[in-house]
Design a binder for this molecule. Structure first.
Ligand SMILES: [Mg+2]
Length: 257
């Protein structure tokens, strides 16, 4: 039996409704240099739309993106969303309520932003409500030493400002409030009433959610050239975005038979 066939069987054996929770970049959408240009393939979007409608499935997207950035990639209905690495968790159709930072947190982010504006203008920057993310993938291709230097400086500055540092692939993120995808997945699992969990992700930041899913169902790690080391659990390994797309399509076919 092929690896995917046995993974599909494991998913079909999960108690229903099952929570199908997915990271976005590098899991549903191929990694591209400019995150603004990342796209979830149309075929995957249609499978997700159908999974979102199935009474057998609670569907969730769990991403580091903020809500505005995610909504440029999908407008799905019937989907749970955890954005900003779990900083904001929304049930299907739920709208976000305003979140306030303390003045200390606001000041620290302002100072980090000042460094970005003066020293990291060649990086791709994401400004989120409670965090600033510095992506160096584009720089790393031509000047790996410069990319490493930026990551190191961002890391040190964020720490000195009392901000939490998130470390991902070609990424450092300075966060005023710390969350992780594992606690977001736990919250959705509890609130949705699902009986089991499948989660797939491709980055270090996904490990807490992969581990949670492995304890309550199936956790999968999508390997890439950038991130070949898997979490040290019983995570199932997938080789590509295409492979997870195909798996979701087969899952949909089998649970709606
Ligand atoms: Mg990812």
């Amino acid at each position: 039996m092929s690896r995917n066939a046995s993974l599909l069987d494991a998913l079909l054996g999960l108690e229903r409704p099952m929570l199908v929770a997915l990271d976005v970049d590098g899991t549903l959408s191929p990694i591209v240099r400019d995150p603004d240009l990342a796209e979830i393939p149309e075929s995957t979007l249609s499978v997700l739309a159908a999974l979102g409608e199935s009474p057998m499935v609670e569907l969730a997207l769990i991403t580091g993106r903020d809500l505005g950035s995610l909504s440029r990639m999908e407008q799905l209905e019937g989907v749970w969303r955890a954005v900003e690495h779990g900083g904001l968790v929304l049930a299907p159709g739920e709208r976000p309520s305003p979140r306030e930072l303390t003045s200390e947190q606001g000041d620290a982010l302002d100072r980090f932003r000042l460094w970005v504006d003066t020293h990291a203008r060649d990086a791709f920057i994401e400004y989120k409500p409670q965090a600033i993310a510095v992506h160096v993938r584009g720089i790393a291709e031509s000047d790996p030493a410069r990319a490493d230097q930026l990551l190191r400086e961002a890391d040190e500055l964020a720490q000195s400002l009392g901000l939490h540092v998130r470390r991902g692939k070609a990424l450092r993120e300075a966060e005023a409030v710390h969350h992780d995808k594992g606690s977001a997945l736990r919250e959705i699992f509890k609130r949705s009433g699902a009986r089991s969990v499948f989660f797939a992700g491709d980055d270090l930041t996904d490990f807490p959610a992969i581990n949670f899913a492995a304890e309550h169902g199936v956790g999968a790690f999508v390997r890439s050239d950038e991130q070949r080391c898997a979490p040290s659990t019983s995570a199932v390994l997938l080789q590509s975005v295409d492979e997870i797309g195909a798996l979701l399509s087969q899952l949909l076919e089998r649970i709606t038979e």
